[in-house]
Design a protein around this ligand. Sequence first.
Ligand SMILES: [Zn+2]
Length: 543
Amino acid sequence: MPPVAAAFQPDLVVLNANVITVDDDQPRAEAFAIHQGKFIAVGSNQELQPLAKHAQQRLDAKGKTILPGFNDAHLHPRELYEETHLRGTVDIGPASVSSIEELVAKLKRKAPLVPEGLWIMGGRYEDTKLGRHPTRHDLDKVSTTHPVSIRHSSGHLAVYNTYALEMAGVDAKTPNPEGGAFDRDPDGFPNGVAREKASGMISRAGPKLPEPGRSERIQALDRCLRAYLSKGVTSIGDAGASPSKLRMYQEVQYAGNPIRISLMIRDRHLDAVEAIGIQQGFGDEYLRISAIKVFHGNSLSGRTCWLSEPYETVNPVTGEKDYFGIPPARSQEDLDTLIKRIHDAGLQAAVHSNGDREIPMVLDAFERAMQQSSRPDPRHRIEHCSVVNEAILDRIKALGVVVAPHSYIHEHGDKMIAYGRWRWARMHANRSFIDKGIPVAQNSDSPVSVCDPLLRIQSMVTRASAEGQVFASSQRVTAEEAIETWTLGGAYATFEEDTKGSISKGKLADFVILHEDPTQVDPFKIKDIQIESVYIAGQSALR
Ligand SMILES: [Zn+2]
């Protein structure tokens, strides 16, 4: 007699869970079954019992909470792994130094280890935590025989010592470059703080950094992606990729890294993308090209973004009142041309834009491109979209644009002080976006804020900084809403809402098991919830 072969054997059945599905048809469940990497049934313990009987593997969740895997829709793995693993950049963020004296002392300890004439570099300083930006006069105490550069946490400005400025031939007569500015001493000589495009002018003039070997880079990238996985992140959007990065990610995946990756290719590589002739959606469920990344505007946390009403603070360069930020380097006409080209190529545009004077330019460009050649649902994106008003919200909604706003008030609430309390309710406007029905794809913009979705969700729910100050409680969202922006929201942004982002029958079986329910705990303790395990395509993704 043949063995009992008739009964269907799912790969895995999970029972006794508190499942937050992020599926409106069935918001909560107790159990689900997985076969060949997908959810094949979601329901009550009783409903799943017959499948559980024959399952290859059964998991009793013992009442723990299960969510869809998190999707960090915009981050920068390269910056993180190159800085911390490959270039020996000294961490001078607020967790490491709390004063300018400590910052100088920490960098100075590095000096004997670096050959003279080569860069000493520091990363992620925060002027608001230090009381001011360090200047070249501070960094000259680190070394007068090395170029020294330190980068602001926003990534949009840097400070150099006198050696580095002289090496670049910058002096009192050097004008500010288009789209950038030098802060200056009273005699007109730059004081070392270089904003936006001014920073690249100096770093490019310095000694070339040693290029790490290929296998070293791939190992470092793998470590970086595994750090994301350990935080429950099963999908990421690389917001600054190049075609060569595609190959690196492929190698990382061949070596066994299971994380799902979408690439936003920088616009300077648009020729290459057009030459291959691919359009939006190219790739598979592990690795795809999702968008073309464009910069139009400056930094929110660096306080260089262009505003329609002035900052509360004076112009940091000239000391004058009525500082509106730094205008984007590109004209409206050039932006229109670029966006039209992306749109006509059948690609999605993902445009970095923060200030409420930059964003309307982006919306104008989207509108013109969409009017000239209609394409069903191009779903263009605005990355950050930090300062808004009613007119901007209405236009975003009307154009079907996706936004990828910040959720970093926990770390960077203090950066909002320069914008004025009256403006806080129009910043990082997650509540307004959701109320308008605008799709939100949440993200860490790591390393700008840490890739840790539970901390980011807490920040959205509380609108509180680590120091406990609340920045416009009117923009708070519920934990359920925040979870949706961290799961289904990211899937929607890459046109993958039908295949992932919720625990629903037929979707990819990516999920995370938590020790507590983020919708039930004290909102100020969401970040402390322990992650028990992370699954991608029904397989444990942590090792
Ligand atoms: Zn970014």
